[in-house]
Ligand binder design. Structure first.
Ligand code: HEM
Length: 468
């Protein structure tokens, strides 16, 4: 268990991965033919795209992505304190890199981070990353590690899950009604709803959900003032990691001694390449699941509801035609794109979209921008619940495509179906807040007032009329 202890002990010496705001001063070397006439606006757009605050400001982000897609879709970025990389913003280029996995590797540079963070991690751990799990892995490890839990996401397991999910969705909406029709949908509904799903799969008790969710959110959103556990992002990461490590070490020990029918048992006892999983990868696996497994879906749920509240005619249409729910969910996924980027590294000299890429070049793939690409999505800046086709890449593409994509869709379907069934009307009742992170972002505070149907009708408490 030494390796992981060493890893986290010094992480606060400098801000950890994802922890530093990236310096805003620009010394970018433009890609001449693309940016000659638009240099200044392209550089301003890059500043927005790679800053955590930029992702908490949808209108600015949209404008920045549009500038880059139009004038510099593959843009070489140089900023003090960050190793240079290509910012990739067009759909076709991102899909090409995701699917040409023989030419573009997921590791060792998987997320945008400052050089200071990377240097500390290298010095302390000898490893370039804070964790090493599926998202950081390439062949031969990636396929072997992915296979360990694949069965839990296969159709038979999901069918069993679907029945329970409907009951859980009904229960969480009941709890909302019991609070009198007022709640923060993001924090009080979406987060607990999605965390229990991954908690149930892992085999952790419901009593631990709030604590684990808080740690997981701090881990991926250490730059966000509301998610911080300590003064600095670096200390936040360190605290979250230590606590998660201790929790999952105990869970592993328990499941080795007392195996059960859950994911924790599968991971704790897995023998990738015929041997027990190394400690670093073992703890990383759990951290991946508690982060990827709930925050993403909760952000899609809250952002999806926010979009419906902003477009009352779309909400009315969905209430009138519930058969549009599946298409609406795809549009919510496109619209929110909770995972904002992943990085790839070129394994050989190659080209993308006719532009040369050198072996060793790093590329940041901005999924949110791809999902607003007018070349693929007509009227891309409009939220349309009947959009068809809708080939969004909110779940990525290629060998790393999200393992939980069907599960996430099922969760969204179950909760929205229940909301539509039990509620007469939903209104925005306060200021919306968004996560400040260039890795995972979306709506984190969504105050709502709800009028329920029938026995749940809380109109009296909420002061709303129950008109359609
Ligand atoms: C709306 C919800 C979700 C979104 C938007 C989302 C998005 C993503 C994205 C973009 C990736 C990387 C894909 C790539 O590199 O091409 C990913 C990977 C992953 N996701 Fe999700 N995800 C969601 C929900 C979930 C859930 C519910 C789980 C599990 C319980 C999950 C588990 C994973 C895992 C294990 C990976 C790593 C796959 C690999 O690298 O092989 N995700 N997800």
């Amino acid at each position: 268990m030494k390796e992981f202890t060493l890893l986290v002990r010094r992480a606060s010496d400098a801000a950890a991965v994802g922890g530093d705001p990236i310096p805003r001063t620009s010394v970018a070397r433009s890609f001449p033919s693309q940016t000659a006439r638009h240099g200044a606006s392209v550089e301003r757009a890059v500043d927005v795209l790679i800053s955590s605050r930029g992702h908490a400001s949808p209108a600015r982000l949209e404008r920045a992505c549009a500038v880059l897609r139009q004038h510099a879709p593959l843009h070489w970025v140089e900023r003090p304190g960050v190793r240079p990389f290509w910012a990739v913003t067009r759909y076709a280029d991102i899909v090409a890199m995701e699917t040409r996995s023989g030419e573009f590797a997921a590791g060792p540079r998987t997320y945008l981070a400052s050089e200071a963070s990377e240097a500390v991690l290298q010095r302390v751990t000898g490893k370039p990353q804070l964790v090493r799990s599926l998202t950081e892995m390439d062949p031969p490890d990636h396929g072997v590690y992915r296979a360990i839990i694949q069965g839990a996401f296969a159709p038979p397991a999901l069918r069993e899950m679907e029945v329970w999910l409907s009951q859980w969705a009904a229960e969480i909406v009941d709890r909302m009604a019991a609070r009198g029709g007022r709640s923060d949908f993001a924090a009080d509904v979406a987060m607990p709803f999605t965390f229990r799903v991954i908690g149930r799969m892992l085999g952790t008790p419901e009593a631990d959900d709030i604590r684990l969710a808080r740690l997981a959110q701090a881990f991926v959103g250490a730059e966000d003032p509301q998610r911080r556990l300590a003064e600095t992002p670096g200390d936040t990461m360190r605290m979250a990691m230590l606590a998660l490590r201790d929790y999952f070490e105990a869970l592993v020990a328990d499941r080795r001694a007392h195996p059960r029918d859950d994911l924790a048992t599968l991971i704790a006892n897995a023998m990738p390449h015929g041997e027990a999983m190394p400690h670093y990868e073992l703890i990383s696996y759990f951290i991946l699941l508690v982060t990827a497994g709930h925050d993403t879906t909760a952000l899609a749920l809250a952002g999806g509801l926010e979009a419906l509240l902003a477009e009352p005619e779309q909400m009315a249409r969905l209430r009138g035609q519930p058969e549009l729910l599946d298409a609406a969910i795809e549009e919510m996924l496109r619209w929110t794109t909770p995972v904002r980027h992943f990085m790839r590294t070129a394994l050989c000299d190659t080209e993308v979209g006719g532009r040369p890429i050198r072996a060793g070049d790093a590329l940041a793939l901005f999924f949110h921008s791809a999902n607003r690409d007018e070349a693929v999505f007509a009227d891309a800046g409009a939220f349309r619940i009947d959009r068809s086709p809708n080939p969004h890449i909110a779940f990525g593409r290629g060998p790393h495509i999200c393992m939980g994509l069907q599960l996430a869709r099922m969760q969204m379907r179950a909760l929205f179906a229940e909301l539509l069934r039990q509620t007469e009307r939903i209104e925005l009742a306060g200021r919306v807040r968004r996560v400040q992170s260039q890795f995972m972002s979306g709506v984190s505070t969504l105050p709502v007032r709800i009028v329920f149907r029938g026995s749940h009708n809380a109109a009296a408490e909420s002061g709303l009329s129950a008109s359609p």
